[in-house]
Design a protein around this ligand. Structure first.
Ligand code: ADP
Length: 520
């Protein structure tokens, strides 16, 4: 079977070799074993069901949330000679029936549908009439409420599979699955978790950078000017910020487009196409941009603001360097963004557990931003890849600043947290350490603690940053909940016992910039 698969890879797509993971996944699928494939963005997940579709006698059903891309995908499959179709809400009743009829007589190899379709019983009844041999669930993390993009209609897939008389093989595909999400995908779709094929999340050609404490507009202006012939995406959190960054770049003569939900459909398509066809080099966008965009030569992705979790960050940053060439992923960090994301989570989530989960995820994003060890290794650990290797090229790995021993300050902070009963958040702990006389602190009688005022020569913000650093390095733990409370981890306890030394890079004092173009 694999020989035919290789032959078809060449014949239909013109590729000589399968990429890492593709062959194993295809082999399992062709032998009828349910499979979960976890591959990084750009890893080539589509081929994992498109090649089996060319071999299996019947229909391959692809469930994908990316409705706007279905037509493009189907068109390009037609071009390479794999007859395919899609059914979504853009079609009339008559068109849907016509396509279903054609599918039943073997006119098409692949059918794309959106998960919302599965909410219609009559549609499921129609699918039951088709010879479906493979069900490919794209963006499979959407099935898990632990994932960052849970879609309730994905829960219907389980029912569909149990009702299909053709007994299809199931293939779940995703790029972003923490170990918890992976378990959830497998248990919901009846896939043996042990046999999940994970090619590793590492993208060796990406260099990660976190830039703290710099004027962000100036940073972007300089960066884009320096790389003016390269394609890049700049993500900003709001439409207003997108417009602001776009205007700034236009003033500098950069060929730049913008993309956000405030523009008309036609305008968005125009901007997207201009970027895809290299008519413009840079696109400034909200996270509405990029789902499924296959532009291979994106050399950098800059985040003007921090996204709400690592999953979103890695997915967006991962749009750089799909062609395998060296590319940069830069996060411009400003502590206020954490507050903004928190606010957005609180506004949009009404379920207590969900809110707790989202805040926990935000904490990991914040930890990433304050980290001083390898950024790539942090990302890989987050997604359950236990590497001990440093990438050697992220902004932390190449940081030349010398490290200073801050064990004594760390011990002061940690013992203060313990003395306060591990029942308070960052601001309260920092207030005690800086010797504040705020009322709440006095109500608890914290002015009598031996750690009260031990860091009084520092500002509240400076001590807050130190706490954030100790949290990102996991000396301090944070309880998940609406008001995160600090506690001392086992690693932190070792510091108190003088078993571990805490090192921190020396701070660089950033001079205020002359342009003052950023107002916060
Ligand atoms: P994903 O869905 O995993 O992000 P895609 O399926 O869109 O990735 O594939 C990304 C790109 O890699 C596409 O341009 C695809 O044609 C290309 N590709 C996939 N498999 C191979 C292969 N075996 N050899 C060369 N290119 C490949």
């Amino acid at each position: 079977m694999l020989t035919i698969a290789r032959k078809n890879l060449k014949e239909y797509f013109g590729y000589d070799h399968f990429r890492k993971g593709q062959e194993q996944i295809i082999e399992r699928v062709l032998s009828g074993q349910h499979t979960a494939g976890i591959m990084p963005t750009g890893g080539g997940k589509s081929i994992c069901y498109q090649i089996p579709a060319t071999i299996l006698q019947g229909v391959t059903l692809v469930i994908s949330p990316l409705i706007s891309l279905m037509k493009d995908q189907v068109d390009s499959l037609h071009q390479v000679g794999i007859p395919s179709t899609f059914i979504n809400s853009s079609l009339s009743y008559h068109e849907v029936n016509e396509r279903l009829m054609d599918l039943s007589i073997g006119e098409y190899k692949i059918l794309y549908i959106a998960p919302e379709r599965l909410e219609s019983e009559s549609f499921i009844d129609q699918l039951k009439q088709l010879p479906i041999k493979l069900v490919a669930v794209d963006e499979a993390h959407c099935i898990s409420s632990w994932g960052h993009d849970f879609r309730p209609s994905y829960l219907r897939i389980k029912d569909l599979i149990s009702e299909l008389p053709s007994n299809p093989t199931i293939l779940a595909l995703t790029a972003t699955a923490t170990p918890q999400v992976k378990s959830d995908i497998c248990s919901q779709l009846g896939i043996d978790e042990e046999s999940a094929i994970i090619t590793g999340f590492g993208r060796e050609n990406l260099s990660f950078k976190v830039i703290r404490g710099q004027n962000r507009l100036d940073y972007i202006s300089n960066y884009v000017k320096k790389n003016k012939n390269e394609a890049g995406i700049i993500y900003a959190a709001t439409r207003k910020e997108v417009d602001k960054v776009t205007e700034q770049l236009k003033k500098l003569g950069v060929s730049v487009g913008r993309y956000h939900a405030g523009l008309s459909d036609a305008e968005r398509t125009r901007q997207q196409d201009a970027f895809l066809q290299d008519d413009i080099n840079v696109i400034v966008a909200t996270n509405a941009f990029g789902m499924g965009i296959d532009k291979s030569n994106v050399r950098y992705v800059i985040h003007y603001q921090m996204p709400k979790n690592m999953e979103s960050y890695y997915q967006e940053a991962g749009r750089a360097g799909r062609d395998g060439l060296e590319s940069e992923c830069i996060l411009l960090f400003n502590a206020q963004d954490v507050q903004i994301q928190r606010f957005l989570i609180e506004q949009s989530t009404h379920d207590f557990n969900r809110e707790k989960q989202e805040i926990q995820k935000l904490q990991s994003m914040k930890d990433y931003s304050y980290l001083e060890t390898c950024l790539q290794a942090f990302i890989l650990h987050y997604f359950g890849d236990q590497t001990n290797q440093n990438c050697g090229k992220c902004s932390n790995c190449i940081d030349q600043r010398s490290s200073i021993d801050i064990t004594k300050d760390a011990q002061i902070v940690l013992s203060c947290i313990i003395r306060m009963g591990e029942r308070f958040g960052k601001t309260m702990v920092a207030s005690v350490l800086t010797g504040s006389s705020n009322k709440k602190l006095l109500d608890f009688n914290f002015q009598t603690l031996s750690t009260y005022g031990l860091l009084k020569n520092r500002t509240l913000k400076n001590v807050g940053d130190l706490i954030d650093f100790l949290t990102s390095e996991q000396y301090i733990g944070v309880t998940d909940g609406k008001f995160p409370l600090l506690n001392v981890t086992n690693k932190g306890r070792e510091v108190l016992l003088n078993k571990v030394q805490v090192m921190k890079k020396e701070e660089i004092i950033v001079e205020a910039t002359s342009t003052n173009s950023e107002l916060f």
